[in-house]
Design a protein. Structure first.
Length: 358
């Protein structure tokens, strides 16, 4: 199977493309011989409910196994080879000396690793957009703070670089925010915001260097007509099928563009699973390139979600897409799900600390 974003081959077990990072469609299988589709929350819940084989054996063994285990544990704790370090301290987690045997390893595996340094504060409340105050949750991770106006929470992580393995399609090490409980489900695009280090990305990828240069020029000159071929990162092995609702949008630490688009390797009408909102921005100090990819739906596209192309499809598809874009451009921002105003507000709230910490 091929990734709809970059064309890279992936297996039925993969959930994300190993090249461009896009969420890939999963092959539907019969429930009699495969695991049915479940949500992220259901998977997490299922993991918590699993009982390990060791625990089942221990329960079956009863009191005898308990006494033997207690005796072994007491002997271990009485030696100098096993110690707990930092439990309950300010280092955010627990660490152990290297395990000497299987029992030590089993005990160590039960101690959770330290959580990422991310905070969310419901009390930090609003962003002013065109005179309206939009409420949200304040999210902070490393140098970045923003207000989450859609979804329930955020998972933040630092993604390692894969540029060495994929010089053209790969990504540099960067911070990524994934929105949890996003208002719309999407089998193609995961709702994420990337913060790419500009210097590293430029040096590693000619495509990224060109996109960054193009965005810098647009933001410097600010032409009234943005055109249709707008900057977009990360690089995908696909092209934009069109853009709508394009506009300049400043945020607390810089400026950028927001627009609606759909990518593909062949012409196809806009539809709700393929369309997404994107923000492409640069911090004022030139350190970070911000790329948001947030799925979007509109009732005007409902008829195209199960589109059956007619025999003359390739004769009409270009005009069909132009007509769709005309409709999307005149629709109000709050007629989309989620509302474009809410997504704009989230982008405008982004604050990235400068190197001086100001």
């Amino acid at each position: 199977m091929k990734c709809p974003g970059c064309g890279n081959e992936y297996s039925s077990e993969d959930k994300f493309c190993g090249v461009c990072g896009m969420k890939v469609p999963q092959t539907k299988q019969d429930n009699t011989n495969s695991e049915s589709h479940v949500t992220r929350e259901e998977k997490l819940s299922a993991k918590k409910k699993k009982i390990s084989p060791r625990l089942m054996i221990g329960l079956a063994a009863g009191i005898l196994a308990f006494l033997v285990g207690t005796c072994l544990l007491t002997r271990l704790l009485s030696t100098d080879k096993f110690s707990l370090v930092g439990v309950g301290s300010g280092d955010g987690g627990a660490s152990l000396d290297a395990p000497e045997n299987e029992l030590e390893q089993e005990i160590q595996d039960e101690i959770p690793s330290a959580a990422p340094d991310i905070s969310q504060d419901d009390s930090i409340s609003s962003v002013d957009v065109d005179g309206d105050k939009l409420q949200g949750v304040s999210v902070t991770f490393n140098e970045t703070t923003f207000i989450l106006t859609v979804g329930g929470s955020v998972e933040a992580e630092t993604i390692p670089s894969n540029l060495e393995a994929y010089p053209y399609w790969g990504l540099p090490e960067h911070d990524q925010f994934s929105v949890i409980s996003y208002p719309v489900e999407n089998d193609i695009h995961e709702p994420v915001i990337h913060f790419f280090p500009v210097d590293i990305y430029r040096a590693a990828s000619e495509e990224a260097d060109q996109m960054i240069t193009d965005l810098e020029q647009l933001l410097r000159e600010r032409p009234a007509d943005l055109g249709v071929d707008l900057p977009f990162l990360p690089a995908w092995n696909a092209g934009s099928l069109g853009t709508a609702k394009a506009a300049y949008l400043d945020f607390q630490s810089g400026s950028g563009l927001r627009y609606i688009t759909q990518y593909g390797q062949n012409s196809w009408p806009f539809y709700n699973q393929g369309m997404f909102y994107t923000y492409q921005g640069l911090t004022a100090d030139g350190r970070f390139y911000i790329s948001a990819i947030l799925p979007l739906t509109h009732k005007a596209l409902d008829q195209y979600d199960n589109y059956q192309p007619p025999d003359n499809f390739y004769d009409i598809v270009d005009q069909l897409i132009r007509d769709q874009i005309t409709v999307l451009n005149v629709e109000l921002g709050n007629s989309f799900t989620p509302a474009i105003d809410e997504l704009d507000a989230m982008m405008q709230s982004i604050l990235v600390e400068s190197q001086s910490g100001g």
